[in-house]
Design a protein around this ligand. Sequence first.
Ligand code: SF4
Length: 102
Amino acid sequence: MRVVIDQELCGTTWQCVLTLPGIFRQREPDGVAEVHVATVAEAQHAAVRLAASQCPVGAIRVIESDNCGGEPGNVGPLPSPAELGRHATRDEHKPGRHDGTV
Ligand code: SF4
């Protein structure tokens, strides 16, 4: 299982940070929540699902599959959907850049 936070939606209530500090933390300096584990341990699956269901703005998204193509210990924190969107927007402004395909 993986978990991501839409940091554009996060209302900085810190509810998830206070209930699961091993999974969530506050981003400095604005206090927006972020995830600091790549993969959630099975023992914490239920607690993470509960945290997601209790987020007042629905900013926490649980991804049940661990199929990320690599060893869980080799991947860093997952980008939030907002971060992914920012990267996509940035790339759109550089149409001459190589897209990575061969
Ligand atoms: S519970 Fe939701 S709104 Fe509150 S800090 Fe966590 S992600 Fe943000």
